[in-house]
Design a protein around this ligand. Structure first.
Ligand code: ADP
Ligand code: MG
Length: 418
């Protein structure tokens, strides 16, 4: 990929009527780049694509295609450089697949001109590349959705473009055909050097296939850049109103987003800062519940690599951490104490206590001394949780006398936190 602009957009405004549907949009697409545009319904993705293809004229701002303002292109010259695969590819007329692909040659042909040898070759190659040769004699409205997408990509390729714009080409396809279309686009991008600008709903597919992502909300750019820089918890939360977890997918090594819950902050509800002392997976469900309730959380002390630590990381919750497999140091204890000072409520799970994590129990004990509300959340009763020769039990008994709250199920916990 080279750093030459295929498309450059500066301070673009557009509206269908008085209301601006695109506001102050600026971004570049490099030659050879694969850029995905994502955003909720109505955020302006299709409108943006249509202004890029000069179907709509901007109210203000500038669109440069290569090094020339879009206004200076004749329609057919633009079509030789940039092809668009629209969202709605339903055709009412009875065209055969090959005839549809051949339409891609119109910008190159005079009005009543016959197809030249070159036209025929390119039409053939376009069908070959998109695997549509076998269906060339079928009628366009008698093939499957996945096949039709490939036919319209073939038509776009017949324009012999440097840039191809696509509006949700995968939206009506099953996952197999979604990947089929995206793999085709990837091949065209990598092998033929075609610049791809793709509007797509599926954030995970966008992360997997794109060099960069443009995130739109309400006609404005919320983020642009590499998938890992744009697909952040904060961006997705503010754009889609969702609580999500973001991690690296262990199979594809790409950024992977898991929707957790629609965020519905309830007015007048009290949100707390809750510090969770857990470990070994005893905190996972607890963390999820409290996170979904919208509380501000912190965790620790947790050893790096512990399953609660991993879980907290994927939700970007602040964690006071200690080296892997090490006893908790005084330094980490003090850091956790700082977090506890800022918290309204401390929740401790009944993780088994040994000498390495006894200090976490002392942390909870100290919280009581500081006058904090401390909840001991016991989901599973262990026969033996004390691996310290009684020291843990004695601290715990002391804590019970100081007002430690014992809770055994989530409903009571949520009730208690209210
Ligand atoms: P997206 O593709 O992200 O779903 P669109 O670009 O289709 O969003 O729409 C952006 C906004 O513009 C929406 O509020 C939509 O209602 C409005 N809009 C889209 N097309 C038209 C149109 N032809 N006339 C008037 N408003 C439109
Ligand atoms: Mg759209």
């Amino acid at each position: 990929m080279v750093d030459i602009n295929a498309i450059s957009v500066k301070n673009l405004y557009f509206g269908y009527n008085k209301r601006d549907v695109l506001r102050d949009i600026s971004f570049d697409v490099n030659e050879g780049e694969f850029l995905s545009i994502i955003g909720p319904n109505g955020s302006g993705k299709s409108t943006l694509l249509k202004t890029l293809n000069h179907i709509y004229i901007p109210k203000s701002g500038e669109i440069m295609i290569k090094d020339l303002s879009i206004e200076n292109y004749k329609k057919r010259d633009l079509a030789k450089y940039m092809a668009m695969v629209p969202q709605d590819t339903n055709i009412d007329f009875e065209f055969k697949v090959e005839e549809v692909v051949a339409m891609g040659r119109h910008p190159y042909q005079g009005r009543f001109q016959q197809e030249s040898k070159e036209d025929k070759d390119i039409i053939y190659q376009s069908m070959e590349l998109t695997n549509t040769l076998e269906i060339r004699d079928r009628y366009i409205n008698e093939i499957s959705g996945g096949e039709r997408q490939r036919v319209f990509i073939a038509k776009a390729l017949a324009q012999n473009p440097k840039i191809i714009l696509l509006d949700e080409p995968t939206s009506h396809l099953d996952i197999n055909h979604q990947m089929d279309v995206l793999n085709l686009l990837k091949r065209l991008n990598e092998d033929k050097g075609i610049t791809v600008v793709l509007v797509i709903h599926d954030i995970n597919l966008a992360c997997r296939y794109s060099h960069r992502i443009l995130l739109l909300k309400g006609g404005e750019i919320i983020g642009k850049g590499k998938p890992e820089d744009v697909i952040t918890i904060a961006n997705i939360e503010s754009t889609y109103g969702m609580n999500v977890a973001i991690e690296k997918n262990k199979y594809t090594d790409h950024i992977y987003l898991t929707p957790i819950e629609i965020k519905h902050k309830i007015k007048d509800k009290k949100y707390h800062h809750i510090h969770i002392i857990s470990g070994g997976g005893t905190g996972q469900e607890l963390i999820n519940r409290l996170y979904m309730e919208g509380h501000e959380l912190s965790l620790g002390v947790l050893n790096v690599g512990d399953s609660d630590w991993q879980h907290g990381r994927s939700l970007r919750i602040p964690i006071v951490e200690e080296k892997p497999f090490s006893s908790i140091s005084d330094k980490a204890y003090k850091k956790a104490l700082d977090r506890i000072m800022e918290s309204d409520i401390i929740v401790m799970t009944n993780v088994p206590i040994g000498t390495g994590n006894l200090i976490n129990l002392k942390l909870a004990d100290k919280s009581l001394d500081l006058g904090k509300k401390v909840i001991y959340y016991i989901e599973n009763q262990y026969e033996n949780f004390d691996f310290t020769n009684g020291e843990a039990t004695s601290i715990l008994n002391g804590m019970k006398e100081k007002g430690l709250k014992l809770i055994h199920d989530y409903d009571s916990l949520i009730e208690e936190i209210k």
